[in-house]
Design a binder for this molecule. Structure first.
Ligand SMILES: Cc1cc2nc3c(=O)[nH]c(=O)nc-3n(C[C@H](O)[C@H](O)[C@H](O)COP(=O)(O)OP(=O)(O)OC[C@H]3O[C@@H](n4cnc5c(N)ncnc54)[C@H](O)[C@@H]3O)c2cc1C
Length: 574
């Protein structure tokens, strides 16, 4: 059952899961399915139900204007981005960031996961051994208009899990052009029928977490909605976990199985106990915050903050990785982009009505219908170490949008545009999450460290040039008329790098702040089975455990992590 009143929570459960986000809901579902365990799931935010911007795919960006559904984080000034601070929101509702994300679905490449297996010395994390888990997490469903998708995806690479994935319903003017350009330009931009095959490289039709009725498929809709009635699951919402308390036992290895929570900074403090394990699934920002508040982290840094260090794990909150994102705008010679719809209130209402009645039209899809994961030529890597996991991972991404994506620059009042977002997929820059205060309700200090590694800047410059090259294909003649904006004005490599520093934003993929490392490694935060080192009864299951960020959007990989983790837990306790 779903509770908002902490007084109704029992003093003890087998498992307490902190955070009902992408990973937390997978854990809640899998750990309650046998009926053997009782589980409490605690979520800081409210329910996702009935929240239209979280349901209608095209409206996804507008959730960020709903204060109660987000952690409205901002980074500290980024020295390599001309000291700009960046908006850095996370989802704060059932489904977490999977209820507010931009819906693009990618698993990662086989090289990405085989690298995880090497880094952790744990073969269970290899692509081959994860197969059952990625197939268990998602299924391909027909788009709402039920068109023939034979040339858009390959069903044989998909599974039978709760997350619904589909190709776009509403064809935009650029979809066919992107595919034609890919065919005309050859190997560099080759067509890839399905990015979920393990080989992500090439230009593909985007797959999104959208069901066949054109509604968002999130961890809340996929993993939680169907299990609200399970008697062995309690869900407490609008309640924030403030820290974990160590047990009083004399054991040398402290156990952190008592969970402390409250509904606001001045409200009553509550506790519950996990007989078997506490599972932290609060995401890559909040999981390290909770660990540090509980005395788990860098001894010196905790002492400085006045927190008694209980477990010395210097890597807590360190190694933050994210994909820097840049928006490349182009003017186009047509009225048929979403700019026209968004400027006309009647057209906007019509689009919403069409979505509501038929599940079709502009609002049925995410902002992007085509994506590309592209590799840089060997000549670029002369004298440099290639940071990608292998030949099936891209170096940068291109995300095609049939209109002006006003993420960083407000949309102009006139004109029609296409936007191509470019992202660096194997960033070498590292950042951190540290405590600003011992008050759990004060936001932590977030520093993604974007562009602090020079190679990330040069990779982004190559990505921008590649987009411009892509538009030299004959299909764009007379259609793309000019570049636009600060980046559009830049021509030389130095100008492009400088424009990038002025406009890079986040793609919202923070990861690796409680990274997994080999069982006996002194570095890292969790073991390959995701248990927090130097503790007992405490596991982490979310993007913070990624040993390195995959060259992919992160929700697919975190579903795989959680499905795998649920079996680790069952293997231990069943
Ligand atoms: C705007 C945006 C767009 C994105 N677009 C994409 C995309 O298109 N494709 C893609 O693959 N990925 C995308 N992502 C990233 C993806 O959604 C995340 O990587 C993924 O959801 C992370 O899963 P998680 O389980 O680690 O954390 P989350 O899904 O963020 O879940 C963490 C949960 O824990 C809760 N929580 C945190 N602290 C506490 C506490 N102290 N007490 C109780 N509860 C707590 C949070 O409220 C939240 O519900 C996007 C993310 C955002 C924010």
């Amino acid at each position: 059952l779903v509770y908002t009143n902490p007084n109704l929570i029992k003093p003890e459960y087998d498992f307490v899961i902190v955070g009902a986000g992408a990973a937390g809901n997978v854990m809640a579902n899998r750990l309650t399915e046998s009926g053997k365990f009782n589980v409490l799931l605690i979520e800081a935010g409210p329910s996702n139900q009935g929240l239209l911007p979280s349901i209608v795919p095209f409206l996804a960006p507008s959730i960020q204007a709903i204060p109660y559904a987000i952690w409205n984080y901002t980074t500290i000034p980024q020295p390599a981005l001309d000291n700009r601070t960046l908006a850095y929101v996370r989802g704060k509702l059932l489904g977490g960031s999977s209820s507010i994300n931009f819906l693009t679905f990618t698993r990662g490449s086989d090289d990405d996961f085989d690298r995880w297996a090497r880094l952790t010395e744990e073969p269970e994390w290899s692509w081959k051994n994860l197969r059952q888990y990625y197939l268990k997490s998602e299924k391909l469903v027909p788009p709402a208009d039920a068109h023939d998708t034979t040339h858009q995806c390959n069903p044989s690479f998909h599974g039978n899990g709760p997350i619904e994935v589909s190709v776009p319903t509403f064809a935009t003017d650029i979809d066919g052009r992107v595919i034609s350009a890919s065919k005309e330009l050859g190997e560099e931009f080759k067509f890839n029928l399905d990015v979920q095959s393990g080989d992500m490289v090439g230009i593909s039709v985007a797959q999104s977490t959208i069901g066949s009725t054109s509604k968002r498929s999130s961890s809340a809709t996929g993993y939680l909605n169907s299990i609200f009635q399970r008697k062995n699951l309690d869900i407490l919402i609008q309640t924030q976990v403030t820290k974990l308390l160590p047990s009083n036992s004399n054991s040398k290895i402290p156990s952190f199985q008592t969970v402390q929570f409250a509904q606001n900074s001045t409200g009553k403090i509550y506790h519950t106990h996990a007989k078997k394990e506490v599972i932290l699934s609060a995401g890559a920002i909040n999981t390290p915050q909770i660990l540090m508040l509980s005395g788990i982290g860098d001894r010196a840094a905790l002492t400085k903050k006045g927190i008694k260090p209980l477990v010395d794990l210097p890597d807590v909150g360190q190694h933050l990785q994210d994909h820097p994102l840049l928006l490349n705008y182009f003017r186009v010679n047509t009225k048929n982009t979403f700019d026209t719809i968004l400027r006309d209130p009647h057209a906007t209402v019509n689009a919403l009505n069409q979505w509501n009645t038929t599940g079709e039209g502009q609002f049925a899809d995410s902002l992007t219908n085509s994506i590309g994961f592209i590799r840089l030529d060997n000549s670029f890597w002369n004298g440099k170490v290639d940071p990608s996991a292998g030949p099936k991972s891209g170096h940068f991404e291109m995300i095609f949008i049939d209109g002006f994506a006003a993420l960083e620059t407000p949309a102009p009042n006139t004109g029609n545009f296409i936007t191509v977002n470019t992202a660096v997929l194997n960033p070498l820059s590292r950042g951190s999450v540290t405590l600003a205060s011992v008050d759990p309700f004060v936001f932590p200090v977030i520093d993604p460290g974007f562009f602090t590694a020079p190679l990330d800047v040069s990779t982004m410059v190559e990505a921008v040039k590649a987009v411009r090259k892509f538009f030299t294909a004959s299909i764009w003649n007379g259609y793309v008329t000019s570049r636009f904006g600060t980046m559009g004005d830049a021509s030389t490599d130095a100008e492009i790098a400088s424009a990038a520093r002025q406009s890079v934003v986040t793609i919202w993929h923070p990861a690796s702040t409680a990274m997994m490392s080999p069982e006996h490694a002194k570095w890292g935060v969790v073991t390959p089975k995701l248990l927090v080192k130097g503790t007992s009864g405490l596991r982490i299951v979310d993007t913070s455990i990624f040993p390195i960020i995959p060259a992919a959007h992160t929700v697919g990989p975190v579903y795989i992590v959680a499905e795998r983790a649920a079996d680790f837990v069952k293997e231990k306790w069943c």
